[in-house]
Design a protein around this ligand. Structure first.
Ligand SMILES: NC(=O)c1ccc[n+]([C@@H]2O[C@H](COP(=O)([O-])OP(=O)(O)OC[C@H]3O[C@@H](n4cnc5c(N)ncnc54)[C@H](O)[C@@H]3O)[C@@H](O)[C@H]2O)c1
Length: 282
C-alpha cells in the first residue's frame, strides 16, 4: 500500500491535527489518556477538571508542545465555571471543534437509602454537567461551522447497575442527551455520539480491583478475558471525533470486550463441559 502524507504522523489518518479539543474530567485516568491520544494525533487540547493538582500533573506528563495543551480548573456543575473555561479556549485558540464529556462521579447507594441531595449531586455532575458543556462548547462549534461531541456513558446506561445510586440513571440520560444533540445540532454540522465502557481499572473503580478474587471473576465473564484499559476507550473516542466518522451521529459504541453479548453463556446447560464458561456461572 502506498502511504499518503497524513498517515506519516501518528494518528494522522484521523484528521485531528490542529483541531481544538476539550476534555472534561481530564485529571482522571480515562480523560488523561483521551487527552494524551489527542495530543499524539496533533490536536490542541484543553484539559478541564476540578482537581487542579492532578490536572497539573497530567499536563506535565503529556509532554505537549507549546500551545498544544492547557489545563483549566473547571467545575462542570457550574454554568459560570464552564462558561469561563469556554471563554478561555475561545480567547486562546478561537473556538472548539471537539468536546469530550467525560467528568463523572459514582456513589454506592441503594435506591431505598439514597438521600435526595446525593441523588441530585450525582445527576448535576454526570448529566447536567454534560449539558452545560454541550451548550457552552456547542455554541462555539455552531459559530465555527461544525464540530463533534463524544460523551462517555457506560453499559450501565442500558443495563441496570444496582446499588450505585443515580449512576445508571445518569448514564441512560447521557445517551438520550447525545441523541437529542445529534438531531438539534445536525444542521449546524455538529455530530454527537456516545462511547460506553464496561469495566476499566481506574481511580474510580480501583477499590473493586484491590480484591484479586473479584478481579479474576470479572476477567472470566468478559469474552475478551481481560479488564479494559483507558487506551481501549480513548481509541473509540478518537475515531468518533475524527473525520473517519464524518457521517456518524446519534450513535453509541460499546467498548466492553463483548460483555453485553455474553449473558446467555452464563446460563448453565446439562453436560456442557467448557471449563471457562462453567467457571463463569459458579
Ligand atoms: N472506571 C470504569 O470502570 C468506568 C466504567 C464505565 C464508564 N466509566 C466512565 O468513564 C468516565 C471517566 O471515568 P474514570 O474511571 O476515568 O473516573 P475518574 O474518577 O478517574 O475521573 C473522573 C474525573 O472527573 C472529575 N470530576 C468529577 N466531578 C467533577 C466536576 N464537578 N467538575 C469537573 N471535574 C469533575 C474528577 O476530578 C476526576 O478527575 C466517566 O464518565 C465514567 O462514568 C468508567
Amino acid at each position: 500500500m502506498t502511504s499518503s502524507a497524513p498517515e506519516q504522523s501518528p494518528g494522522g489518518w484521523l484528521g485531528l491535527k490542529g483541531r481544538t479539543c476539550v476534555v472534561t474530567g481530564a485529571a482522571g485516568d480515562i480523560g488523561a489518556e483521551i487527552a494524551r491520544q489527542l495530543v499524539e494525533a496533533g490536536a490542541r487540547v484543553a484539559l478541564l477538571d476540578r482537581d487542579e493538582q492532578r490536572l497539573a500533573k497530567v499536563l506535565a506528563d503529556l509532554q505537549a508542545g507549546a500551545g498544544q495543551a492547557m489545563a483549566l480548573a473547571c467545575d462542570v456543575t457550574s454554568t459560570a465555571s464552564v462558561q469561563a473555561a469556554a471563554d478561555k479556549v475561545q480567547a486562546a485558540w478561537g473556538g472548539t471543534a471537539l468536546l469530550v464529556n467525560n467528568a463523572a462521579a459514582l456513589y454506592a447507594d441503594a435506591l431505598m437509602d439514597i438521600a435526595l441531595d446525593k441523588w441530585n449531586q450525582l445527576l448535576a455532575v454526570n448529566l447536567s454537567g454534560y449539558l452545560l458543556c454541550a451548550q457552552a462548547f456547542g455554541r462555539q462549534m455552531i459559530a465555527g461551522g461544525g464540530g463533534a461531541m463524544v460523551h462517555i456513558a457506560s453499559i450501565s446506561g442500558s443495563i441496570p447497575q444496582p446499588y450505585s445510586g443515580a449512576y445508571s440513571v445518569s448514564k441512560a440520560g447521557v445517551k438520550m442527551l447525545s441523541q437529542l444533540l445529534s438531531v438539534e445540532l445536525g444542521e449546524h454540522g455538529v455530530r454527537s455520539n456516545v462511547v460506553s465502557p464496561a469495566m476499566i481499572r481506574t481511580q474510580m473503580s480501583e477499590q473493586i480491583y484491590q480484591d484479586p478474587a473479584v478481579r479474576e471473576r470479572r476477567e472470566q465473564i468478559v469474552p475478551a478475558r481481560r479488564i479494559s484499559t483507558p487506551a481501549d476507550i480513548a481509541g473509540a473516542v478518537l475515531f468518533l471525533a475524527s473525520e473517519r466518522a464524518s457521517y456518524i451521529s446519534g450513535q453509541e459504541i460499546l467498548v466492553d470486550g463483548g460483555l453485553t453479548q455474553a449473558w446467555l453463556s452464563l446460563i448453565p446447560r446439562p453436560g456442557f463441559q467448557k471449563e471457562d464458561a462453567a467457571g463463569a456461572v459458579a
